[in-house]
Design a protein around this ligand. Structure first.
Ligand code: ACO
Length: 326
C-alpha cells in the first residue's frame, strides 16, 4: 500500500465576527452562559453572497502555493460539507469551475461534522491503491445560512469557514497509521435539517416552519459525541499499537469545549496536547479539524514525524478517528 504525505494546507475564514455580546442582542442568552456551556467566544459569518465553494477556492489557492503545485496538478477533489452550494452538482464541481480546471474526479461527502475525516479516509485509500496522486481534501461549512437565529439553543453554537489539505504519495515512512469510521442512522433525527431534500421539498410552509434550518436535540448529541469520539480514538490507538502517551497532538472536532474535555479525560489525553479553536470559531462542522490542523502547523506544534490523532462526531450520527504520522 502506498503511503501519503500532506504537502499543502490552507484555510478561509470570513472577516465578519459574531460575538457573544452580538448574540445577547438577538436572543435571550448571555456571554457567561455561552462561554460556560460551550467555550465559544465568537464565530465567523460569511457574507450573504458567499457559498462554500468560494471559501474552498480561496483556501485551495493558499494550499497550492504551500505545496508548490498548480490547480491543474490535482487529480481528485473531495469536499466534506453539509451546506453545499447546491444539492447538485457537488460543491467539488463548483470548486473545479472556480479554479479553472477540468478532468479531475470531483465529489462531495455528506457526513456532518465528520465530513473531513470521512473524506480523508477515502482520499488515503485512493492514494494507497495508486488510483489518485494529488488529492485535495476540504472541510467547509456555511452553517449561518441554515441556522435559526431565533433559537437560542442552536444559534450560539455555529460558525462558517473552510480548511483544505493536499495529499500526495510518498515512499517515506509517514502517513496514516490507523483509522476507523462508523455511523448510526437510527439516530438521524437527533441532528438534521428536515426540509430541502426529497422528503420535504421546499414550500412556503416548510420555510415558514423553519424546516430548512438545523434542528438538534443538544443533550442527546452531547452524550453520543463523547462516547463515540472516545471510542473511535481508543480504537485508532489500539489499531496503531500506540497509547495516548505516544500521541504528539490531538485534534478533535470542535463542537463544545465540554465535549472535548470529557473526551480527553476518558481517553487519558493531556490537555496541553489538545488543539482548541472553538473559542474563536465556534462549531464549523466539517471545517473544524482542517482549520485546527492549519493553525497547529503554523504555530509550530507539528514537527517531522509528529503523530497526530484526529477524532470527530456529527450528524448521522457519524464518527471517525485517524492517526497520521506527519
Ligand atoms: N442561552 C441561555 N440559556 C440557554 C441557551 C442559551 N443560548 N440555550 C439553552 N438554554 C437554556 C435551556 O433553555 C435550558 O433552560 P431550562 O433549564 O429553563 O429549560 C438550560 O439552558 C439548559 O439547557 P440544556 O440544553 O440542558 O443545556 P446544556 O448544558 O445541555 O447545553 C448545548 C446545551 C450547549 C447545546 C449542549 O447540549 C451541547 O453542546 N450539545 C452538543 C450539541 C452540539 O454541539 N451540536 C453541534 C453539532 S454536532 C457536533 O458537532 C458534535
Amino acid at each position: 500500500m502506498i503511503k501519503l504525505k500532506i504537502v499543502g494546507l490552507g484555510v478561509s475564514l470570513p472577516d465578519k465576527i459574531l460575538t457573544n455580546s452580538d448574540l445577547e442582542k438577538m436572543v435571550d442568552t448571555s456571554d457567561q452562559w455561552i462561554i460556560e456551556r460551550t467555550g465559544i467566544k465568537e464565530r465567523r459569518i460569511a457574507e450573504s453572497k458567499t457559498a462554500c465553494s468560494d471559501l474552498v477556492i480561496d483556501a485551495t489557492k493558499q494550499a497550492l502555493q504551500h505545496a508548490g503545485l498548480k490547480a491543474s496538478d490535482l487529480d481528485t477533489l473531495i469536499v466534506g460539507t453539509s451546506t453545499p452550494d447546491t444539492i447538485f452538482p457537488s460543491t467539488a464541481c463548483w470548486v473545479q469551475k472556480g479554479l479553472g480546471i477540468s478532468g479531475s474526479a470531483a465529489f462531495d461527502i455528506s457526513a456532518g461534522c465528520t465530513g473531513f475525516l470521512y473524506a480523508m479516509e477515502i482520499a488515503s485509500n485512493l492514494i494507497a491503491t495508486g488510483k489518485s496522486k494529488k488529492v485535495l481534501v476540504a472541510g467547509v461549512e456555511i452553517l449561518s445560512k441554515i441556522t435559526n437565529y431565533e433559537d437560542r439553543s442552536t444559534c450560539v453554537l455555529f460558525g462558517d469557514g473552510a480548511g483544505v489539505c493536499i495529499l500526495v504519495p510518498t515512499e517515506e515512512d509517514r502517513g496514516i497509521m490507523s483509522s476507523n469510521w462508523g455511523a448510526d442512522g437510527n439516530l438521524a433525527e437527533l441532528l438534521y435539517m428536515p426540509a430541502g431534500g426529497s422528503r420535504i421539498p421546499a414550500t412556503c410552509e416548510s420555510v415558514e416552519k423553519k424546516l430548512h434550518c438545523l434542528h438538534m436535540a443538544g443533550n442527546e448529541v452531547f452524550k453520543n459525541a463523547v462516547r463515540e469520539m472516545e471510542g473511535a480514538a481508543f480504537t485508532a490507538l489500539k489499531d496503531a499499537n500506540l497509547t495516548a502517551d505516544d500521541i504528539d497532538l490531538f485534534i478533535p472536532h470542535q463542537a463544545n469545549i465540554r465535549i472535548i474535555d470529557a473526551t480527553i479525560k476518558r481517553a487519558n489525553i493531556p490537555s496541553e496536547k489538545t488543539s482548541i479553536t472553538i473559542d474563536k470559531y465556534g462549531n464549523m462542522s466539517a471545517a473544524t479539524i482542517p482549520v485546527a490542523l492549519y493553525e497547529a502547523y503554523h504555530e509550530g506544534k507539528i514537527k517531522d514525524n509528529s503523530k497526530i490523532l484526529f477524532a470527530a462526531f456529527g450528524a448521522g450520527f457519524t464518527w471517525a478517528a485517524m492517526i497520521l504520522k506527519w
